[in-house]
Design a protein around this ligand. Structure first.
Ligand code: MG
Length: 187
């Protein structure tokens, strides 16, 4: 892909994000898995496919593209000791009182409103799946995932919230007996 370009189509941004995440050890399925497990607590009808489709949709948004690309680059530069001054160790050591990574995560999750941000808080505190792995791997002396773990958690939270919204849309179309109000009989 041409890296001198600054504007991309949505499918290009999704593809760029997919490659960047994979290079940093994160598959889209592993993000969808967190969304799936979060929504499964509320509904048995949730499908993994809808979670994965939601992750892909969110990864094609321009705002999210910028967040993923920036987060991955900050972590890589910290691994290569490219920052000068105290911020190098603050990022590399994932200092507990450093919160700009969480601010970026909240920004991404906020694309899906307050519920998106609440879901992000849940994932951030209860670290599961790939978010837990990134957090663990980031503790070794070569890897840094200070920024990406929050962005990944936020994408999972946004996807989870999108799934909840779609499920509610479907519910709203049912009458009291559970029949679809908008479906023509025999269809
Ligand atoms: Mg972090």
């Amino acid at each position: 892909m041409d890296t001198n370009k600054i504007i991309f189509t949505r499918s290009e941004m999704l593809e760029f994000n997919r490659q960047t995440l994979l290079r940093r050890g994160v598959s889209l399925e592993s993000i969808a898995d967190i969304a799936y497990k979060q929504q499964k607590r509320y509904s048995d009808d949730v499908t993994f496919e809808l979670c994965l489709e939601s992750v892909e949709k969110i990864l094609s948004f321009r705002d999210v593209f910028h967040h993923v690309q920036l987060a991955a680059e900050i972590d890589r530069l910290a691994e290569e000791k490219m920052f000068q001054g105290p911020i190098q160790d603050i990022i590399f050591e994932d200092f507990g009182l450093f919160g700009i990574d969480e601010t970026m995560g909240l920004d991404v999750a906020g694309l899906y409103g307050t519920i998106g941000q609440t879901n992000f808080g849940d994932i951030d505190v209860n670290k599961a799946g790939i978010v837990k792995d990134l957090n663990e791997f980031g503790k070794d002396d070569k890897q840094c995932h200070t920024f990406l773990d929050d962005i990944v958690g936020a994408i999972a939270a946004a996807a989870s919230t999108r799934v909840a919204q779609i499920s509610n849309e479907d519910l709203a179309e049912l009458d009291d007996e559970g029949h679809n109000l908008f479906k023509v009989s025999g269809e």
